[in-house]
Design a protein around this ligand. Sequence first.
Ligand code: SPV
Ligand code: MG
Length: 292
Amino acid sequence: MKNLHQLLKSNKLLVGAGAHDGISAILAERTGFDLIWASGFEIATSFGIPDASILTMTEHLERTNEMDRSVKLPVIADCDNGYGDSINAVNAIKQFERAGIAGVCLEDSLFPKRCSFYSGFQRYLASPKQHALKIRACKDAQKSNEFFLIARTEALIAGNDMSDALSRAEAYAQAGADAILVHSKQKDPDEIITFSKQWRMQTPLVAIPTTYDSFSAKQLHLLGYKIVIFANQGIRSAIKAIEDNLRLLISAGQASVLREKMVSIEDVSDLVNVNSMKLTEQKYSMPGEPNL
Ligand code: SPV
Ligand code: MG
């Protein structure tokens, strides 16, 4: 089931995991998450570059497709600010929807964006009215009612106050956003708590607990958040595991040192469904002849 509108109707909390490619999406599905967040941060990091509007929309779309093809879960694409103005955002929405992606998220930072957690950068936001128009333009451009659009405000990330965050979110909800993502870079959840307590609209709320990491998905749900996304813990875990293991490997000089610290080739085969490939070969090949 990829229809996020339907999934939200159950009132169950939806918990998403950030991913950046097919295998990271498969792992998120296997471990029990409800949706995949095609994370701009994870995708850029996996290219070895900063999360700062350096990759193109096409590169994001290609990776999002790779994830969507690999899992049955709905995929939400982190489309940053829509790659420019409303024209660029509408073009993106059309392409992501055409590709069968369940939904996208559009934030009110100005192009080129900077990852919310990079410190020491100047941050510029679109005016609330301009971002609301971008959201409206995208809602008007979508073909099916199933497509899901999250509007995200970076007001608190940019150092604006709570009333700015709330009034922006309200404008985006009135413009037709299907959910509102309020982002915070505080270590404690105070902003996220205050925001939800002052939120008066029916539009569901989304949280990304990256810095306020001691606050659980369940606690966020109790506050009224309907979607919680663990946006980048996957790739950060992978980086640590790969680096730690490569250090062991270079110093030991033999691969047996990692036997207990990595999955087997059989496990990898299972993840990428080699069995189904084997069945296809058995069914559609002449015994003893190349299948060409
Ligand atoms: C992303 O995953 O790219 C996000 C969420 O935008 S965060 O990195 O936490 O800002
Ligand atoms: Mg992002």
